[in-house]
Design a protein around this ligand. Structure first.
Ligand SMILES: [Zn+2]
Length: 210
């Protein structure tokens, strides 16, 4: 039996065991081998799928053990954390940053194309803007434009329908907003601590005087 054929015939329980030895990057490569592996590794609601990603993350990405943000599954979380895969939007630029407020990893060019700086409350309702995740850059508020426009449409349809529905929709969004912004802040804090400890660990190499 050819080697490729035999590995794709692994029963699910052995597949899970086999994955326990793989890094998150290896898991991504494996998910592209065949449709069966893709399904095993991409089922958002499967407990064992999510456990595979979680175990790999905890074993191989030990510099950040924070769990994923509320509502994000393990696979999406791991995918975000692998910064060496580059920008998730243009898929070209390798230099990129994770924006936890938006749940996106992107380069600075895509960031400026995809976000909008809101200077006044003319174009968007104020109570909506107050509960939309944003990035504060030099005192300016940047929002993810597609999401802001989408939510603005929903807001308008609620506004012209039943206002009580609008209020409960805003309440749900406010809870999500609080949770996302709190998480993003915690990640930022963690990165700052990492940077400080890195710079204090760094020692000047012993270069002999000539
Ligand atoms: Zn990009």
């Amino acid at each position: 039996m050819p080697a490729k054929q035999s590995i794709t015939k692994l029963p699910p329980e052995l597949f899970v065991e086999f994955c326990a030895y793989l890094t998150p990057s290896d898991l991504f490569i494996l998910s592209k081998v065949c449709r069966k592996f893709y399904c095993y590794l991409s089922a958002p609601n499967s407990f064992s799928t999510q456990q595979i990603w979680k175990k790999s993350r905890l074993k191989f990405m030990t510099n950040d053990l924070m769990p994923p943000p509320n509502g994000m599954n393990e696979k999406c979380y791991v995918e975000l954390l692998i910064t060496e895969r580059g920008c998730q939007i243009c898929k070209i630029n390798k230099k990129c940053k994770i924006y936890w407020e938006f749940g996106v990893r992107c380069c600075s060019k895509c960031f400026s194309e995809k976000t909008i700086m809101v200077e006044s409350y003319v174009d968007y309702p104020r109570d909506l803007l107050e509960i939309m995740p944003f990035i504060n850059k030099y005192g300016n508020m940047y929002y993810w434009k597609e999401r802001l426009d989408f939510d603005c449409d929903q807001y308008t349809s609620f506004f012209h329908g039943y206002l009580s529905n609008l209020q409960s929709w805003l309440d749900v969004k406010k809870n999500k907003f609080d949770s996302i912004m709190k998480y993003a802040k915690a990640k930022q804090k963690k990165n700052e601590v990492k940077k400080i400890s890195f710079s204090s660990d760094w020692q000047c190499p012993n270069i002999p005087y000539v």
